[in-house]
Write a protein that binds this ligand. Structure first.
Ligand SMILES: Cc1ncc(COP(=O)(O)O)c(C=O)c1O
Length: 348
């Protein structure tokens, strides 16, 4: 029996990285213009242009849902269809914010493995969509989640293949990067290669899950894909007056590769946990552990027993558990959970 809770529920349950708190304290002096007219937000634009090796536009926002819904509202049309995985956060967990902020935009789930969208499924769905027919939603955009909601990471050629189909038919490519840092740490490529060089037009850049404090961002690579984004954001009440505090922490997040170091830790924790669980009979990983999440098939009684012992995690089905590792997941958390699972599968 473990004495205290070991928490694998979500990366949202983790602490804020101290470097970001320090950046907020440093920013907290003097006066600065509101709504992004401050020096830190100007620096953020310049820094992201350098980071992504392209003249991007950055819009700090409070949540990943705000980033996704507003990016898609700007990229699509009110009568447009946005293709996504049936596992995609926009589809399963955002109360159709995309449809709301898009003024009617429709999310259309299409096939793909482990939370991905397949290029072939996108091609087939567009072909069957009824392009030009006023009775049908018109293909407008595709949403890729990187890393996916099943813990997998798209290879660059997979992103490029989906983007190629999308662009051939005039669709915009949106990447939900709530766990972009985890994906990048895994891929080991540049931010540019992972995004616009692979055809991504607009990115929801996650910070919160990986050590941030109430801030994510939208990064626009293709200005034509988000012409009215500023208006959408303002009308939704998603433009902070004290923007400098969001910008300060996002700057600290990418300084000296902090974001990749944090994500690397979370990924390494997940890899270690996967290695320990994989070796146990009666435990099945149902998706690749490419980033910081594990989806594990276990007997319902074993899951209940783990909960009774105080382990915290999400149940995603009668036999399906999600375990999320974070930048602040400790080696003892991992061994405690691995030992707990081992006890369950060997005692049955
Ligand atoms: C893949 C993905 N996208 C977007 C979000 C939305 O983030 P938020 O809860 O900050 O709105 C989440 C949060 O769990 C997520 O997992």
């Amino acid at each position: 029996m473990i004495a205290t809770s070991v928490d694998f529920r979500s990366d949202n349950c983790g602490a804020v990285a101290p470097e970001l708190i320090e950046a907020l304290v440093t920013a907290n002096s003097g006066s600065a213009l509101g709504y992004g007219g401050d020096a830190l937000t100007a620096t953020l634009q310049a820094r992201f242009t350098e980071l992504f090796e392209a003249p991007v536009q950055v819009f700090p926002v409070p949540t990943g849902t705000a980033a996704n819904a507003l990016a898609l509202a700007a990229a699509a049309t009110p009568f447009g269809a946005v293709y996504c995985s049936p596992e995609a956060h926009v589809y399963t967990s955002e109360c159709n914010a995309t449809g709301f902020f898009g003024g009617g935009t429709k999310l259309v789930p299409i096939a793909g493995e482990h939370g991905k969208v397949s290029a072939a499924a996108l091609e087939a769905s567009i072909a069957a969509a009824g392009v030009g027919l006023a009775h049908k939603s018109q293909p407008a955009a595709v949403n890729l989640v990187q890393a996916t909601d099943r813990g997998a990471v798209y290879a660059l050629d997979e992103v490029a293949a989906v983007s190629g189909v999308a662009h051939a038919h005039g669709l915009r490519v949106h990447m939900d990067g709530a766990r972009f840092a985890n994906a990048l740490a895994r891929l080991g490529c540049t931010p540019a290669q992972a995004t616009w060089r692979s055809g991504v037009d607009v990115l929801s850049f996650g910070v919160t899950k990986n050590g941030g404090l109430l801030a994510d961002a939208i990064v626009v690579f293709t200005p034509a894909a988000a012409v009215d984004l500023g208006f959408h954001l303002r009308r939704a009440g998603l433009v902070w007056s004290k923007m400098r505090f969001a910008s300060a922490q996002i700057l600290a997040y990418v300084a000296d590769d902090l974001w990749l170091r944090l994500a690397g830790r979370a990924n390494a924790a997940a890899t270690e946990l996967a290695a320990q669980l994989e070796s146990l009979a009666g435990v099945e990983l149902v998706a690749p552990v490419d980033a910081n999440e594990l989806f594990v098939d276990l007997a319902p009684a074993a899951l209940s027993a783990l909960e009774a012992e105080g382990f915290l995690f999400q149940r995603r089905g009668p036999r399906l558990a999600r375990f999320v590792c974070r930048w602040d997941t400790s080696a003892s958390d991992i061994s405690a959970l691995a030992d707990g699972v081992r006890r369950q599968v060997t005692s049955r």
